[in-house]
Design a protein around this ligand. Structure first.
Ligand code: HXC
Length: 518
């Protein structure tokens, strides 16, 4: 081989690796950010990354861009392994023209998305970009749309994980928005459809980048981000962790790992965790940590709609999705945000064959005009739809309250819940004693004039109602609950249920697709 030819290859590779050059790399570091290639190196198994299309450049000749050519054109693409499993990756390079998206840039991303689909492997996208490359005009817009279409077609086929470690603005936000998991780095990333300047011009609102679309906003207020990472290192760890619970594609099962946590581990404190007083809260996460393998819980949307808790755990090594009402926050009531959050998570689990454990302690749907005007009917229906449609194994444990419509929604037997357990503290009824007695005894109560007698009468009636309805035995009598279990045995019972359901086969009637109330 002619040594010059080899040298040329080596030199070109070195040039490509520098992206927009050393000065811009230094600026990136000064902002507390890593470069596109550093991020990939930190994410994947050592030495496993193979880069594609390093020699691609843009084709734009306008606005002086013919003199600004960078090898790789602002995005690093290729494949690698994470924990030995193949993933396809694109990582936008802000050092090249602000990571802005050109036609060639889009083609590079589309190429690896197509390969990921053919190979049935997850795709990870790391976003850090000034958006559409302004000089390329409609070609850039078309490039985005090519990516969006692939995101849509890949949805439910291969896991798609997005990290946002810098700007992600305008229509560019819609690629991450179409994926399964969004992770944002705190203080160094932002996402918005319209930035602060245009916002000020159009609406007069004066708002900072961080307050409009920073990681905190999207992790707490909008729910756009599933995770707010303290820094990029944590963000990359969260990508790896999310993939640990997911299969390579929808035709595979999630990987079962070996667990050293004893299957029959009993947790005595669970027998007393639910307070006698039905209005007293407790933290459902104490129950989750107590029953899962090694106390490991990858919580999604930790800071958003905290009245419901969702995330991935393992039971004897079997990846499982948990959905749990949180009595510690708004009494665990179902509202618009909680319903949408849980519905999206149930569908993620169902798409990728992850069984679902539902822990129920729900007083009902949140009443009021605020909720009704924001569409609690449609949003509650989303959660019901998601559960009713899900064909993965579904195990439900009712811990305490399970009232009204919320009872039906939370993976009840009739929504194809496979195994439904209740703790002895469960109260499964149309509504709580107070509301029920107000309705049933309203006339009698108003006829009693003496206040003391009135109070006594109400207390007696409420107690009667409680004795009759506020327990799991009515539901068990009709077979809506399969068994009433001792709380301390919950881990073992859930593991045995999941093992029994491992061969479950269920399907939906033939259709083009459902019409979930979006
Ligand atoms: C071309 C761009 C660019 C873009 C940045 N650059 N964004 N070049 N197209 N969209 C270039 C800059 O000119 C600069 O080049 C280099 O990248 C670094 O940018 P700076 O502005 O110096 O960096 P910084 O101060 O960190 O600011 C980053 C930024 C800002 C906030 C992202 O660059 C910015 O506001 N960019 C424009 C964002 C935007 O409006 N994009 C279009 C959104 S609409 P030099 O050579 O001077 O260093 C959209 C539609 C998508 O994306 C539609 C899909 C359907």
């Amino acid at each position: 081989m002619d040594q010059d030819k080899l040298k040329k290859l080596i030199d070109l590779r070195e040039e490509a690796k520098l992206g927009g050059g050393e000065k811009r790399i230094a600026t990136q570091h000064e902002k507390g950010k890593y470069t596109a290639r550093e991020r990939i190196e930190m994410l994947v198994d050592e030495g496993s990354f193979e880069e594609f299309d390093m020699f691609v450049t843009h084709r734009c000749r306008d606005f002086g861009l013919d003199k600004k050519q960078y090898m790789g054109d602002g995005v690093v693409t290729g494949h690698a392994t994470i924990d030995g499993r193949v993933v396809y990756i694109f990582s936008q390079d802000f050092t090249v023209l602000g990571g802005s998206l050109s036609e060639s840039f889009a083609k590079k991303i589309c190429k690896i998305m197509d390969q990921a689909m053919k190979m049935g492997a997850p795709i990870v996208g790391i976003n850090d970009s000034g958006g559409a490359r302004i000089q390329e005009g409609v070609n850039s817009l078309a490039g985005y749309a090519e990516i969006f279409e692939r995101n849509i077609l890949a949805s439910g086929v291969i896991p798609q994980i997005s990290a946002v470690f810098g700007p992600c603005a305008g229509g560019a936000v819609y690629s991450p928005a179409l994926t399964d998991v969004i992770i944002m780095s705190d203080k160094t990333s932002y996402m918005f459809v319209t930035g602060p300047k245009v916002t000020k011009t159009v609406t007069g609102e004066d708002i900072s980048v961080e307050d409009l679309g920073g990681a905190t906003v999207h992790a707490t207020k909008s729910g756009v981000a599933h995770f707010r990472a303290d820094d990029e290192e944590e963000g990359l760890m969260l990508i790896r962790k999310s993939l640990e619970y997911l299969p390579q594609n929808n035709l595979e099962d999630p990987p079962i790992t070996e667990s050293k946590d004893p299957i029959e581990r009993k947790e005595d404190f669970l027998n007393d965790i639910v307070p006698e007083d039905a209005n007293k809260p407790y933290d459902v996460k104490d129950i989750i940590y107590a029953i899962v393998d090694e106390k490991e819980f990858l919580e999604f949307h930790r800071h958003y709609a905290k009245n419901i808790v969702v995330g991935f755990v393992k039971f004897n090594g079997q990846p499982t999705g948990i959905v749990a009402n949180q009595p510690n926050y708004l009494a665990g009531v179902l509202d618009n945000d909680a319903s949408r959050k849980a519905a999206r998570f149930v569908r993620l689990c169902d798409a990728f064959n992850v069984p679902i454990l539902t822990l129920v302690d729900v007083p009902g749907f949140l009443p009021g005009s605020g909720q009704e005007y924001s569409g609690i009917i449609i949003n509650g229906a989303k959660l019901m739809f998601a559960y009713g449609e899900a064909t993965v194994p579904k195990v439900t444990v009712t811990l305490r309250k399970s009232y009204g419509g919320a009872h039906d929604v939370m993976s009840s037997k009739q929504l194809r819940g496979d195994i439904n357990y209740a703790w002895p503290s469960a109260e499964i009824a149309v509504m709580g004693p107070k509301g029920a007695i107000e309705i049933l005894e309203g006339r009698n109560i108003s006829n009693i004039e003496n206040a003391e007698e009135k109070e006594k009468y109400i207390a007696e009636k409420e107690q009667e109602y409680k004795d009759y309805f506020a327990n799991p035995y009515q539901a068990a009598k009709y077979g809506y609950i399969d068994d009433i279990i001792e709380p301390r045995n919950t881990r073992f019972r859930v593991i045995r249920a999941l093992r029994t359901l491992a061969t479950k086969k269920d399907s939906l009637p033939p259709k083009k697709h459902s019409n979930i109330p979006l």
